[in-house]
Design a protein around this ligand. Sequence first.
Ligand SMILES: C[S@@+](CC[C@H](N)C(=O)[O-])C[C@H]1O[C@@H](n2cnc3c(N)ncnc32)[C@H](O)[C@@H]1O
Length: 233
Amino acid sequence: MPIRPTNLKRLLGDLFPSVIRFSRTHPLAMLVAPAAENNKHYILEVLRARGFGARPGFALELASGSGQHVTLFASDLPHVLWQPSDIDSACLASISAYVKSSGLQNLLPPLRLDVLQPLQEWPGGPWPQSCDLVLCINLMHISPFTCTQGLFKAARDLLKPSALLVTYGPYAINGTITPQSNVNFDASLRRSNPDWGLRDVATLKELAKENHLEFLEMVHMPANNKCLVFRMQ
Ligand SMILES: C[S@@+](CC[C@H](N)C(=O)[O-])C[C@H]1O[C@@H](n2cnc3c(N)ncnc32)[C@H](O)[C@@H]1O
């Protein structure tokens, strides 16, 4: 199937249920996800409240998507060097467009990183124990569980001692999903792909333990989402 703008929009619509428009400044490159516009300031406050950004550091965002989050974080936390990444070509093009138009010196061009691949196969690096923060927004429920496992395994290898893994999204808590809108969202994800769906915080705590990460806290966010904060031992 040729990738025409309309096809591309449909494909991306599948990837990001909420991506609805392309920027006028960078047609076909800068994606704009309304959900990211809405949640990026709240996620920034979670990072700030944990003292992240007060000192120089290196942050890796996995599954950056459009690039909206990382561009705000790099602008508002300028002591940190930010590395965006994604697996998808249209997302990488979008992130590149945001990076260029931002002119920020502390925002690196995106890398194609796949959380399913072992670190040794990632471009860039050296990666082991290089990160003060690994950030992952809205990946776990819109990908197979193997991606969640890959994320925690990568965080184990990427993070310096005491460094943070922060994830954001909707989650189940001890087998229960609330409110009804999240139950419906989970059902629609599973209809699209039986391997997708909201992950349970209890499962993630176990996965964290297996990967030498300590669960620190769950922060309640607007729109029935949560931030989960883990610390490398
Ligand atoms: C729902 S989007 C979230 C994007 C962005 N973080 C946000 O919240 O707007 C999920 C993202 O995960 C990426 N992704 C899917 N599988 C991946 C993998 N195996 N490794 C890295 N990224 C992946 C997709 O390309 C997509 O950009």
